[in-house]
Design a protein around this ligand. Structure first.
Ligand SMILES: Cc1ncc(COP(=O)(O)OP(=O)(O)O)c(N)n1
Ligand SMILES: Cc1nc(C(=O)O)sc1CCOP(=O)(O)O
Ligand SMILES: [Mg+2]
Length: 504
């Protein structure tokens, strides 16, 4: 199967643990089935024979080898038809020197999909033109800027204190990353060179930067808010311990189902295991994915069910629709919901349904948005399952503190100003209210993505984004726009250009 990489990546990159484990090939296949765009096979602590055995098992299990990237061993990657190799700077330069005719196609202007297609076709033909996807590790912006032109993407680390390497502390400041990256309007898939910020002199066309190091479900939203092109995760994928801010959910209906048989003895690092726990791994990955996706919903269109308006929003580059049809019977909402879901799928966009998780389920939507008087988020999670995105409305920090204890994935915080779109409006927050609440969140270490909502216009966007919200949700400013697609494109640009990260 030929699976191109689209940036920003829709789901996290998974990286293996350093040793090999029983059940690992099965777990990697499950992560690929769950939509992992790329899995990095990084095995510094495993003998070469074990790594090769793992690749053999994966190939025999029918895994999509083009979505695997092997660290350091280009010859082994080539032998097993892996889609990518990950090389340190010296090895990368040496590989490029030895393959002058196979210089990275993306660096020469082709798109990532072209790179993969060529590689797959060549592997199938068995000839000598293996052209893998190239990636490299960087630990500073200077290194990232040097390596990015040479390869498809760079991993930049450590963004946070490592989960899997105790004592390996954060070295990349997310707020600085946001300043460097925010002018790239990636959500609309514009070519990168036009949008490279002056502070980061990356000159390669198509070179991307993926955040790495200490990423968990609780902080992955920060990597997305900083406009990284992806997030790569090690410890938080493989851990059998709860990494959430809230209480560990009930295993019967939880977000995560740790299997007691695989629990490490108390006091051992959570990644120090002998066998991969498939259920926990998948559950971890789904949770990371929801949070990454929720943080990517920087422009949310609250649709009253008009398919033409929804389609114009999608044509303008919008990728997140919320279906909010007040006073319409359930059958009407389901019918319109299915119609708009089909549109969203054509544009690779997400559809969230307002108020009712059962309607969201009947429609087959990606999630639900719940108000203070709607179904509680943990009940909605039981109805919708671990992959569903759940948003909750808040008007105060106390609401947010409560929501953070649940399995919700993002917050709709409002109203920014007076609006006629919603009855029984909560007290207006204005800029001052947003700044206060976002600061309280930062101090409390709550990093759920926040969408600002309520009467927001184009002129408001710089001011609202400067408060530190992740994005904005709009009804009237989109549905009443003369040219919805053009208005959507303008809003998207504005949101991307004014991202900020609030530090405590
Ligand atoms: C993103 C977002 N934020 C807040 C709301 C409001 O939800 P709720 O409080 O349930 O009010 P209604 O939308 O049901 O009138 C929202 N829908 N979306
Ligand atoms: C649905 C909704 N919820 C709000 C809240 O404050 O919780 S304000 C709002 C209305 C958003 O539409 P418009 O962009 O037209 O004002
Ligand atoms: Mg509601």
């Amino acid at each position: 199967m030929d699976t191109p990489l689209h940036f920003p990546l829709g789901k996290p990159v998974a990286i293996t643990l350093p040793r090999c484990y029983d059940g690992e090939a099965e777990a990697l296949c499950a992560l690929l089935d769950a939509g992992a765009p790329v899995i990095h096979i990084r095995k510094p602590d495993a003998p070469a024979a074990q790594v090769e055995a793992l690749l053999r098992q994966l190939r025999d299990a029918g895994a999509d080898m083009t979505r695997l990237t092997l660290h350091h061993d280009a010859a082994l990657a080539r032998r097993y038809g892996l889609g990518g190799i990950h090389l340190r700077e010296g090895a990368l330069r040496e590989w490029l020197r030895q393959h002058p005719d196979k210089r990275h196609a993306t660096a020469q202007g082709a798109s990532a999909p072209d790179v993969q297609k060529t590689q797959t076709q060549q592997t199938q033909q068995g000839n000598d033109t293996y052209t893998p996807r190239l990636s490299a590790p960087a630990h500073s912006w200077e290194e990232a800027a040097r390596l990015a032109p040479l390869c498809d993407y760079v991993t930049l680390s450590p963004l946070f204190d490592s989960v899997s390497k105790p004592g390996y502390l954060a070295g990349i400041d997310p707020a600085d990353a946001c300043r460097r990256l925010r002018r790239r309007t990636d959500e609309t898939a514009k070519p990168i060179p036009a949008a490279i910020p002056a502070e980061l002199p990356v000159s390669g066309s198509g070179s991307r930067i993926i955040a790495l190091g200490g990423i968990t479900p609780d902080n992955i939203s920060v990597a997305r808010a900083a406009a990284f092109d992806g997030a790569a995760v090690i410890g938080a994928v493989w851990t059998t311990e709860w990494l959430g801010t809230g209480p560990q959910p009930d295993p019967k209906n939880s977000d995560r189902t740790p299997s007691p048989g695989n629990r490490p003895p108390a006091g051992t690092p959570s990644h120090d295991i002998s066998r991969i726990d498939l259920t926990a791994t998948l559950s971890n990955y789904q949770r990371l994915t929801r949070r990454w996706q929720a943080a990517g919903g920087t422009l949310q269109f609250i649709s009253d069910g008009d398919p033409a308006a929804a389609e114009a929003f999608l044509q303008g580059g919008g990728r997140w629709v919320q279906l909010r049809m007040k006073d319409t019977p359930a059958e009407g909402i389901i019918a319109r919901g299915r119609e708009i879901l089909a549109l969203c799928r054509r544009y690779d966009a997400l559809l969230i349904v307002n108020d009712d998780p059962r309607l969201a389920k009947a429609i087959g939507a990606d999630g639900v948005h719940l108000g203070q008087n709607d179904t509680p988020p943990d009940e909605a999670r039981i109805i919708l399952g671990r992959q569903a995105i759940i948003g909750c409305t808040a008007n105060t920090f106390a609401h947010i503190a409560r929501i953070a204890q649940s399995s919700a994935d993002y917050i709709g915080l409002g109203p920014f100003r007076y609006t006629t779109t919603k009855k029984n409006l909560s007290p207006i927050l204005g800029e001052e209210g947003y700044r206060r609440i976002l600061r309280q969140m930062a101090r409390a270490g709550i990093r759920l993505p926040v969408a600002a909502i309520g009467g927001i216009t184009e002129e408001d966007v710089p001011q609202v984004m400067a408060c530190g919200v992740n994005g904005i949700a709009l009804s009237g400013a989109i549905s009443r726009a003369g040219e919805i697609a053009a208005a959507t494109a303008r809003f998207t640009e504005l949101v991307a250009a004014h991202r900020t990260i609030v530090t405590p």
